[in-house]
Design a binder for this molecule. Structure first.
Ligand SMILES: [Zn+2]
Length: 272
């Protein structure tokens, strides 16, 4: 992509992220893959609502600076995604409040509650906690990047990516909107999941329409648990403890420790 246009786009999307409170202060970061070996990224310690086109940093695909501007310390997350996904040309990382609330509560956004989200975004897994700006974070994300277009990072925030920056931003927006609807529906007494049959049809539609291909059918996808569809890929990450603990059928699986903790909580309630 042409660099001057990419600079303009990053500032525009940064402004939008800030206006929508997906980031505050100097949170978050955005990047665009300019060509095979160059990445344009937001600078370190800069508010996304006050960026100028000349403040952005250019690095190579390993993060080596190619200008005198320093890229965000979280650039490694973006570089991991570019390496794992040759199709991805842009990445948005932010701390949108509803999506991040899921990440803080230890929950994936993987309940089949909205038909269009199944079609366009797919489920959003929760990756284990890793210290920001270290390879703990990128190691935790790595198994999920191939099969999803957005991830939640435990006790941190969200990242979304796509063919271009607008698609990455749209995915981040869908993630946040879905999380907000999920929280609101819980306040109204709980959400009703789509039926396994409806989920299967949506997954088939999204594949034939080319929204998301078979690679999105990884077993970390909470939607699949209810259907007869299976994951075509070998290197499937295991769904994490939180996202697999409850799903659409109302079935709940708990580890021994979780069960003991639950029973002792109930006993304490009875005592009080
Ligand atoms: Zn962050």
């Amino acid at each position: 992509m042409e660099e001057s246009l990419a600079r303009k786009l990053i500032c525009e999307v940064g402004n939008l992220m800030y206006d929508r409170s997906y980031v505050v202060s100097s949170d978050g970061n955005i990047s665009i893959r300019l060509d095979e070996n160059r990445v344009l990224a937001t600078p370190t310690m800069t508010c996304k609502g006050r960026m100028t086109e000349d403040c952005l940093a250019v690095t190579d695909i390993d993060g080596k600076p190619l200008t005198d501007k320093r890229a965000s310390s979280e650039l490694a997350m973006h570089l991991l995604i570019y390496k794992e996904r040759p199709d991805v040309k842009a990445v948005c990382h932010a701390h949108p409040p509803h999506g991040t609330a899921f990440a803080v509560a230890g929950l994936a956004i993987d309940k089949p509650i909205l038909s269009e989200v199944i079609l366009t975004l797919g489920c959003v897994p929760l990756t284990d906690y890793g210290t920001p700006s270290t390879n703990e974070l990128t190691e935790a994300m790595k198994p999920y990047v191939k099969h999803h277009n957005a991830l939640l990072m435990a006790n941190h925030g969200a990242v979304a990516y796509g063919d271009d920056l607008w698609q990455a931003f749209d995915r981040l927006e869908t993630l946040e909107h879905t999380a907000k609807i999920a929280i609101l529906s819980r306040m109204l007494g709980g959400s009703r999941n789509l039926s396994p049959d409806a989920i299967e049809k949506l997954i088939n539609v999204r594949q034939s329409a080319g929204y998301l291909d078979e690679s999105a059918r990884c077993q970390a996808c909470g939607y699949l648990h209810e259907t007869n569809l299976s994951c075509p890929t070998g290197d499937r990450p295991k769904p994490n403890a939180y996202s697999s603990s409850a799903n659409g059928s109302g079935k709940v699986s708990l580890s021994r420790e979780e069960l003991v903790e639950l029973l002792s909580q109930a006993a304490r309630l009875n005592d009080s």
